[in-house]
Design a protein around this ligand. Structure first.
Ligand SMILES: [Zn+2]
Length: 1078
């Protein structure tokens, strides 16, 4: 989990049916290790539209965009459960009525749910009314979650601050942050907390039963008995406080949530989503921001905060979920211990969410957002239309029809609403588009950004006209068939990536259960899906979907149109307002007050920086080294050869699905073509052939496969100068459709024509919009890429295809598309010729043994059609950006600060202990200094064992130079480290937890391919594991020497506001070269 970026607005759409099938192609995202760079994938991740009004705050805000967070985002947008249950209900251990009664529970209902092959029982705790869903099955990845209904009355962010704070120590675990201790030393496969607009969720998961129950106990104690309600310091640290280091200085605001939300309010897409949600439901709890508006957060008092906990964090207002292969009776034992301590409370009634009454006429809102001064501001408007679909809950079949409709209209590049809007040229990209039903009332939004002033109205008209046209004419049969297959495939595959299946089910169930509806219903979709399919077959798709579009959208007067205009003054205005408030606060204070504030600031800082005493740390339960398997997980791999091409086969149970990757080498690609590669990949997917339009080609992929994607991948290879640089074509299908899969791959690779200039132009402007969004939302990723590009070749290649250099390239390319399309088109052809060849190609396949044999013929045919050798000779990659400290200017209220260096340059040789040490630096030194006392949302480090680059990064950081100083202190921190055996053991176990992260079969096959490409052998993995397990304190001290290279010779890159960069350059004589980006 250390490796997860939690962009608060992107973890959305935990809806059971809506949006779950969206972006099916990008669902083929690779589960790479952190070191691999997949710029194309990063772009795609950023591309998924942040949704209006649906936002969830994750507790942890960490790390460079990695496969892990893509997994979470993606999985939440396509939650699904298994479609087929061919076996009879297996018998799982049961809890008898008597046993339940003895523990204080009554059984409310019980069902076998064939969709997820689980026996589910709903219990009610008799004394408090707390409800418990106990789900038993064979899944070893066990999940626990406790969910409370927490509707806020204002935008001070109470639920969000409380979500952070309850994990900062409790009755049984009285240390600063038990949550961090669990992050450090458990085998969790999931550990986090989310704040929704109306509820707060605390989920954990683990495959190790002992570990699992440890996690459950810490979470239960945290929720019901947190220290934060008696300790104003936690409230100040996580929420807000005045900071004054010296009475002569200015007062400032500090607080983790405060800065997290400043980051959120620096992103136009996020601002739009928030305004939309508040405007669409102005009369209930959704009319305010549960995350907290930075302007309102400082209005929150400690009294209100305590009161909110007392009111809503009560068993009577809680819903608890257990899932997996553990003993269901044990679950009730654990719970009764906590729940029995409470009496019933009225909180369940007081937390009820009232529905928003539907408007009788549409409304329109115009707002401003903070923009940079560069570029053509006239073209930077945003507009979106939002509908609240219904006042009352919808039946399952209607929900399913809406989800289906969503996929049909917007799900793929070929979907008509998406396609027509993008092809109109009226805007750069879609914003906040799609259905959502995770709140009480379902809603639908669609809109565009990058719209010029005079086109705003045209966008609105086009949206309405297109919806009318779809209602009148219906959808093509091929499109309906493609959507149906995509939906059924995703249900059958039930691929939740790195996200536990049990958690995905919990979020589906809770989306109804939280509103006192049936928790079982959202899990049982087979029958309604069958019914819907039958209706489409009998009456035709038009008869099914047209009335839905008319009733819920076109004839629905509850419509809110939002227009957002760029305002280059807004960021500095807001800053000035904050400053003037703080000046007034200071002016109103006496000298004694100021001295007292300085003293309190120091007291808080001291408290934050004082480590927990060993006896406090000891109370957090942990595993022993003897609980840890001594060997890494091996993936069955057979390396063979078909017609001279290397083929890797992984015999794993995949529920009759095959996963295939075809890898081509970039060794013959001309340097100047490199930045075109991501657009080349997109063109393959979205341009069409001589005989097939891209729409037809996409529909065919949807009808016959589970999706295909193409993306570049680069990484350093340890001990080699030449980087690994590949293009990966990834696809999946039912085993019986392997021939179709390979035929379609061949069609994409060999027959697509690069002739559609207008489409290509769209790709370029969409990519610019995505990169600009990425700079604001994931500036730490941009900074990391930039530093990597200075330090190694693979990093340089990756930055050319996905960093700031790429954005600069795109801006020039945008003009060139009109002037020299011929040239660009022939460059795209040249890229194809330099890649496509049997020579240098590797194929990776994951399926069960029988399927692997059956698909051989189709694969052979596919390989035969490839040219023998690439055109053009081998090139040598040697690019790097000049080494220098850079500050990239963007309009933002918070910064991203990085520093990196190559520790292999000191002669350091890789040892498994490096993983333990870098994790420890992240979870202690950086967490305490950058986050806890620095007030940033995240501070962490990353060690790329392939290149040797060690990077420090911060996320939504109010500081700049101060953070760099903390990074520079890391060596001394290690030298001065004193650590008892227990702490060390925890660090080792936590690292093993990361190394052994839970993987579904496709991810196992893919990881094995990555190891093959990067030359990591099973022997080496075994050796590294032994080194991890035997890490000593001496290793930490020795590592200090290596890490000093970052301090002494490292480079710094910050993505920050103009004001902060000016201040830094004044304070440290032009330390940064300044680069304007937005
Ligand atoms: Zn948060």
């Amino acid at each position: 989990m250390l490796r997860t970026v939690s962009c608060s607005a992107s973890l959305t759409s935990a809806s059971p049916f809506f949006r779950q099938f969206r972006l099916s192609y990008s669902s083929l995202s690779p589960s790479t290790s952190s070191a691999l760079r997949v710029p194309g994938r990063n772009l795609r991740r950023v591309s998924s539209p942040p949704s209006a009004g649906r936002r969830v705050f994750l507790r942890r805000g960490l790390r460079v965009p990695s496969a892990a967070d893509r997994g979470v985002n993606r999985q939440l947008s396509r939650l699904s459960v298994r479609a087929v249950a061919t076996q009879p209900a297996p018998s799982y251990p049961d809890v008898g009525q008597d046993e339940a009664e003895k523990l204080g529970f009554e059984k409310v209902s019980e069902e076998f749910i064939s969709e997820c092959k689980s026996k589910a029982t709903l219990f009610r705790h008799k004394k408090t009314g707390c409800e418990v869903m106990s789900v038993s099955n064979e899944d070893e990845n066990k999940v626990f979650g406790i969910v409370l209904r927490t509707p806020p009355k204002d935008s001070t962010g109470i639920p969000h601050i409380l979500e952070h704070s309850v994990l900062c120590g409790s009755r049984k675990y009285p240390l600063k942050e038990p949550f961090v201790e669990l992050l450090k030393g458990s085998l969790h496969t999931f550990l986090n907390a989310f704040t929704y607009p109306d509820r707060t969720c605390y989920p954990v998961a683990s495959t190790n039963t002992k570990d699992f129950y440890n996690l459950v106990d810490v979470y239960l104690d945290a929720v019901f008995f947190p220290k934060c309600v008696d300790d104003v310091h936690t409230f100040q640290q996580e929420g807000w406080h005045y900071e004054l280091n010296d009475p002569s200085e200015d007062i400032s605001y500090k607080g983790v949530v405060f800065n997290e939300m400043k980051g959120v309010y620096s992103q136009p897409d996020n601002i739009l989503g928030r305004i939309a949600q508040q405007a669409i439901s102005p009369d209930n709890t959704y009319g305010v921001d549960s995350g907290g508006d930075p302007k309102d957060i400082p209005k929150l008092t400690f009294e209100e905060f305590k009161d909110f906990h007392r009111k809503y964090y009560h068993p009577s207002n809680a819903r608890i979920w257990f899932y997996g292969d553990d003993d269901p009776l044990q679950r009730l034992h654990i719970l009764s211990e906590y729940l029995d301590m409470f009496e019933a409370s009225p909180s369940r009634d007081t937390s009820k969410i009232e529905p928003q009454k539907l408007f009788s006429a549409p409304i329109r809102i115009v707002e401003k957002y903070p923009a940079g001064r560069d570029g053509d501001l006239k073209k930077k408007n945003m507009v979106c239309i939002n509908w609240l679909l219904s006042e009352k809950p919808l039946d399952l079949e209607t929900q399913l029809a809406l989800g289906f409709l969503d996929h049909l209209m917007l799900g793929t590049p070929a979907s008509p609403l998406r396609k027509i809007l993008l092809e109109s040229g009226l805007g750069e990209a879609l914003v906040s588009s799609g259905m959502s039903d995770e709140l009480l009332q379902p809603q639908f939004s669609v809109g565009m950004k990058g719209v010029s002033e005079d086109n705003v109205q045209k966008v609105e008209e086009l949206i309405i006209a297109t919806l009318q046209k779809l209602a009148e004419e219906g959808f093509e049969n091929e499109a309906v068939e493609a959507s149906m297959n995509t939906i059924e495939f995703s249900l059958r595959e039930n691929n939740t990536g790195s996200f536990p299946r049990g958690l995905s089910l919990m979020l589906q169930s809770i989306a109804k259960w939280i509103y006192d509806m049936d928790p079982f219903e959202p899990l049982k979709y087979t029958e309604p899906l069958k019914a819907l399919k039958a209706r489409i077959a009998e009456e035709g798709s038009k008869a099914v979907f047209s009335p839905v579009i008319e009733q819920f959208i076109l004839n629905n007067s509850h419509r809110v149109t939002i227009e957002m205009q760029p305002d280059p003054e807004k960021a500095s205005q807001e800053e000035a307002e904050e400053k003037s408030i703080l000046e007034k606060v200071k002016a109103g204070m006496t000298e004694e007050d100021l001295a007292e504030l300085a003293r309190a600031t120091e007291e808080l800082r001291l408290k934050q920086e004082t480590p927990d005493p060993p006896e406090a740390l000891r109370c957090v339960p942990s595993l022993n080294l003897s609980d840890i398997p001594k060997e890494p997980t091996y993936v069955p791999t057979e390396v063979g050869d078909i017609n001279g091409v290397k083929v890797l086969r992984h015999d794993l149970f995949t529920n009759d699905i095959i996963y295939a990757e075809v890898v081509f080498d970039m060794g013959s690609l001309k340097h100047e073509l490199l930045p075109l590669v991501p657009l080349f990949c997109q063109s393959l997917m979205e341009m069409g052939t001589k005989d097939l339009s891209f729409v037809q080609l996409n529909q065919m992929i949807g009808r016959k496969t589970g999706g295909i994607s193409v993306y570049p991948l680069t990484s350093s290879v340890r001990g080699k100068d030449e980087p690994c640089s590949k293009i990966i074509v990834r696809g999946k299908s039912m085993a019986g459709r392997a021939e179709d899969l390979f035929n379609l791959m061949n069609c994409l690779l060999q027959e697509v024509q690069f002739t559609d200039q207008p489409r290509f132009k769209q790709f370029v402007s969409q990519s610019i919009a995505r990169m600009e969004n990425r700079l604001r939302g994931s500036g730490h990723g941009v900074a990391a890429a930039r530093m990597d590009a200075m330090l190694n070749i693979a990093g340089w290649m990756s930055e050319q295809m996905g960093g700031l250099s790429y954005l600069e390239f795109l801006r020039t390319l945008e003009k060139k598309v009109d002037e020299d399309w011929e040239g660009i088109s022939s460059s795209l052809d040249e890229i194809r010729r330099s890649l496509l060849a049997k020579n240098g190609c590797i194929v990776n396949m994951t399926a069960d043994g029988k399927s692997l044999t059956n698909i051989e013929k189709s694969l052979e045919k596919f390989l035969d059609l490839l040219p023998e050798n690439p055109s053009g000779g081998l090139v040598t990659w040697d690019g790097r950006l000049p080494l220098r400290n850079e500050a990239i200017v963007i309009p933002t209220q918070v910064n991203y600060v990085g520093k990196a260096g190559n520790i292999y340059s000191t002669g350091y040789e890789l040892d498994g202990s490096a993983y333990v040490i870098s994790k420890h630096i992240s979870t202690t030194w950086l967490w305490d200094r950058v986050r806890v006392s620095g007030g940033a949302y995240g501070g962490f480090c990353d060690f790329d064992s392939h290149s040797g680059v060690f990077s420090f990064l911060s996320y939504r950081d109010p500081n700049l130079l101060k953070t760099l100083d903390i990074y520079d202190g890391t060596g001394d921190f290690l030298r001065g480290l004193d650590m008892d055996q227990e702490t060390l053991t925890k660090a080792i176990i936590g690292t093993i937890g990361d190394v052994d992260s839970y993987q579904l079969p496709d991810a196992k096959g893919y990881s094995s391919l990555m190891r093959h490409l990067l030359g990591v052998t099973d022997e080496e993995r075994q050796r590294k594991r032994e080194e991890i397990l035997t890490t000593s304190l001496k290793d930490f001290k020795d590592f200090a020497e290596a890490i000093d290279v970052v301090r002494d010779k490292g480079v710094s890159v910050a993505v920050a506001s103009a004001e902060d960069i000016d201040a830094a350059n004044n304070a440290r004589s032009n330390f940064f070269e300044v680069k304007k980006a937005l």
